[in-house]
Design a binder for this molecule. Structure first.
Ligand SMILES: [Zn+2]
Length: 582
C-alpha cells in the first residue's frame, strides 16, 4: 500500500501548479496532512488562517478550495484516468499513475473501515487500524475515506462530526438520530427515575415515552459501548457502580428536594440504608399512584434496585457526605441548596407528626398516628402526613405499622465533632516556620517532605473526619469524594508548586487540596481538570486507554468541596491548573 501522504501531496502539486494557486495548495495540504494526534480536527476558520498563507483567507474561500478539489477537480481527473485506461493510452496513464495509486490506497482503507460495526467513534477505529499496523501513526483515516466519493469508490458509511469528534455512520443514518436524540432520551429517562438509571433499563423495553429507533440497531453490548462513548462527551454525564448505572449531574432535582426536606428536620447523620430506602420510597410514590401497568412495574422494580447507585450519585455530587458508622449527612451542594429550600405543605404536615413522635419518645402505631393527625393536621394535607420522606414506617401489617423518625434519634442527639483545633494550630505553626522564599533548587527533599506532611496535617485537621476504628480516622479525597485513612491522603498543590510565588505557597488554606493517591496522579498529570463550577471533568485533550477511561469514569462529573463560590484564590489556582493542560 502506497503512502497516502506522499500520494496526496503529489496530486495536489500536480493539479494546482501555478503560483496563483499557492493558497489552494497550502490549504489542501494543511487539511489532508493533519495529524491524528490533534484531539479536534481543524475547522474551516483554522484552515483559512493557516500561518504559511501569504494572508488569511475567508472561511468561505477555504470551503471552496476543499469543495473544488473533492467535487470538481478530482472527479475530472478520475474521468480522464478512466478514459486513458479504456483507450489504453499509456502516456496518459503514466501521467496519472499517482491517482491510480491513491485510488488503490483509499479503496483498501475504505474496505477495512467498512468491517467495523457502526455507529462508532472514529478514534476507536483509528486506534484499531493503527495497532493492527493497517495505517501508520501519522495517518488519520477519516481524511482518507472522505475522498471515496470523489474517487468513485463505493462506500457503505460516511464520517461526520459531532461536537468536534468524528463518527463513522452507516450511509442511511442521520447524525442526530444517533447523537442528540439518544442523549436527550437518556437524560429524560434518568430525570424520570429521579436522577439515575441502569444501562440495562435504558437498553431494555421502553420505560419512558417512545424510544429512539437507534436501540434496535445493534446488539446490546455494542450499543452500551457506543452509548458510553457518546455520553462521555457530555460533561454532566456520570457512570455509576462501575458501568452499571448512569446519571446526568444536572438531573438531581428530585433527589435534592427529597434530601433537603429530610435534613431540614434532622440535624444528625442518618444511617445510609435507611436514608436510601426513604429516597427510593419517595421516588416510587409517584409511580405507585398511577394505575398498574407493565411499564409502571418496570419503573418501580428499577427504582427498588437502584439504591447503591443513588447513594453513589449523591455522594459524588456532594449532596451527601459520609459520616461515621456508615451514616450520611448533608454534603456541600445540599447545604447550599437547603438555604433557599422551602418545605412543601405536604412535608410540613409530616413535620408536625414528626414532632409528636419525638415528644412521645417512642414510635406511634397507625391508630395513634391517625388520631393525632386528625387533631393536628389540616384536612387537605392529612393523607400526605402518612407518606415519606421524613417519617419512617416500620413494616408490619397495615394495621400495626409503626411510625418513627429516621435515625431513631427521638430527640436532640448531636453529631460527634472531633475536636482537632489544637492539632491544626500546631501544624499551622510548623508551616509558618518554613522558609518559602528559598530558591526551589536549593530546597532539600527533607524540607519538602516536611512541608508536604504538615500541609496535609493542616488540611486534614480542617476537614471533616470520620472514625473508622479505635484509633484510626478517615478523611475525604476531594476528587473522588471517598474516604481514606489519613496516611493515604496527599496535600496536592492545585497550582503546581513550582509555579507558585512564595506568597502562594504560604496560602495554606487554598493552595492545596486533599487527594487520594490515585486521584492525585490523574490531577497532577492533567487527565482531570476542574471547571469554573467545581465539577471534575475529564480532559478531552488526551486520548486514553480503555482501562484509564474506566478510572476516569469513576470521578468525572463529581462536585469537589474544594470549590467554594466566591473564593477567588481557589478559582485562580483551578484555572491555572486547567490552562497548563489545555
Ligand atoms: Zn480520590
Amino acid at each position: 500500500m502506497q503512502n497516502f501522504q506522499d500520494l496526496i501531496t503529489k496530486i495536489i502539486n500536480r493539479l494546482y501548479p501555478r503560483k496563483s494557486q499557492e493558497s489552494a495548495r497550502i490549504i489542501l495540504k494543511q487539511h489532508y496532512l493533519q495529524s491524528p494526534k490533534r484531539y479536534r480536527s481543524l475547522t474551516l476558520e483554522q484552515l483559512a488562517k493557516t500561518p504559511s498563507l501569504e494572508r488569511p483567507l475567508t472561511r468561505e474561500r477555504a470551503r471552496q478550495v476543499l469543495n473544488n478539489f473533492r467535487k470538481r477537480d478530482l472527479p475530472r481527473e478520475i474521468e480522464l484516468l478512466e478514459r486513458s485506461q479504456s483507450l489504453d493510452d499509456s502516456i496518459m496513464k503514466e501521467k496519472r499513475q499517482d491517482l491510480a495509486d491513491l485510488t488503490e490506497t483509499v479503496t483498501k482503507i475504505v474496505n477495512e473501515v467498512d468491517t467495523f460495526e457502526r455507529p462508532i467513534f472514529a478514534w476507536r477505529v483509528q486506534n484499531r487500524l493503527r495497532t493492527s499496523g493497517f495505517i501508520s501513526e501519522e495517518v488519520f483515516f477519516p481524511l482518507i475515506t472522505e475522498l471515496a466519493d470523489s474517487l468513485n469508490i463505493s462506500c457503505n458509511f460516511y464520517v461526520d462530526s459531532f461536537n468536534g469528534k468524528r463518527l463513522v455512520l452507516d450511509s442511511d443514518v442521520k447524525v442526530s438520530t444517533v447523537t442528540t436524540e439518544i442523549i436527550s432520551y437518556a437524560s429524560k429517562v434518568a430525570t424520570h427515575l429521579g436522577g439515575t438509571c441502569s444501562f440495562e433499563a435504558l437498553l431494555g423495553p421502553s420505560i419512558y415515552k417512545t424510544k429512539p429507533q437507534f436501540f434496535t440497531f445493534l446488539p446490546q453490548e455494542l450499543t452500551k459501548k457506543y452509548l458510553i462513548d457518546l455520553f462521555s462527551m457530555d460533561s454532566s454525564f456520570m457512570q455509576l457502580q462501575s458501568e452499571t448505572y448512569y446519571a446526568f449531574r444536572s438531573k438531581d432535582e428530585r433527589v435534592s428536594t427529597i434530601l433537603a426536606s429530610i435534613f431540614k428536620y434532622y440535624d444528625v447523620p442518618i444511617p445510609q440504608e435507611e436514608l436510601t430506602s426513604v429516597i427510593i420510597k419517595s421516588l416510587k410514590h409517584r409511580f405507585l399512584i398511577k394505575s398498574k401497568s407493565e411499564q409502571r412495574d418496570r419503573k418501580i422494580a428499577m427504582l427498588e434496585s437502584s439504591g447503591e447507585a443513588i447513594d453513589e450519585f449523591c455522594r459524588r455530587i456532594s449532596l451527601l457526605d459520609e459520616s461515621t458508622d456508615d451514616k450520611r449527612k448533608p454534603g456541600a451542594t445540599l447545604l447550599n441548596s437547603m438555604s433557599c429550600h422551602t418545605a412543601s405543605e405536604a412535608v410540613k404536615s409530616q413535620a408536625i407528626m414528626l414532632s409528636r413522635i419525638r415528644e412521645a419518645n417512642e414510635p406511634l402505631t397507625s391508630k395513634q398516628f391517625a388520631r393525632i393527625a386528625h387533631e393536628h393536621v389540616d384536612e387537605q394535607y392529612k393523607s400526605s402526613c402518612f407518606s415519606y420522606p421524613i417519617l419512617y414506617l416500620s413494616s408490619g401489617t397495615r394495621k400495626n405499622k409503626l411510625y418513627r423518625p429516621l435515625a431513631f434519634d427521638y430527640g436532640n442527639a448531636q453529631p460527634t465533632v472531633v475536636n482537632v483545633s489544637a492539632e491544626a494550630l500546631s501544624a499551622r505553626k510548623e508551616l509558618e516556620s518554613l522558609d518559602f522564599n528559598q530558591d526551589d533548587n536549593i530546597t532539600t527533599v527533607t524540607t519538602r517532605r516536611r512541608e508536604q506532611y504538615q500541609l496535609r496535617n493542616y488540611l486534614v485537621t480542617n476537614s471533616d473526619l470520620i472514625e473508622i476504628g479505635e484509633d484510626s480516622k478517615a478523611c475525604k479525597c476531594l476528587i473522588c469524594n471517598r474516604y481514606f485513612p489519613v496516611n493515604l491522603l496527599i496535600a496536592a498543590h492545585v497550582k503546581r508548586r513550582a509555579d507558585c510565588t512564595p506568597d502562594e505557597k504560604r496560602d495554606f488554606e487554598n493552595i492545596a487540596m486533599l487527594q487520594c493517591g490515585g486521584c492525585d496522579q490523574l490531577f497532577e498529570k492533567g487527565y482531570i481538570v476542574i471547571d469554573d463550577e467545581g465539577t471534575v471533568t475529564r480532559n478531552e485533550r488526551y486520548e486514553v486507554s480503555e482501562d484509564l477511561q474506566k478510572k476516569l469514569a469513576r470521578v468525572s462529573g463529581n462536585k469537589t468541596d474544594y470549590f467554594v463560590k466566591g473564593n477567588s484564590n481557589r478559582l485562580n489556582y483551578l484555572q491555572h491548573h486547567r490552562k497548563s493542560f489545555a
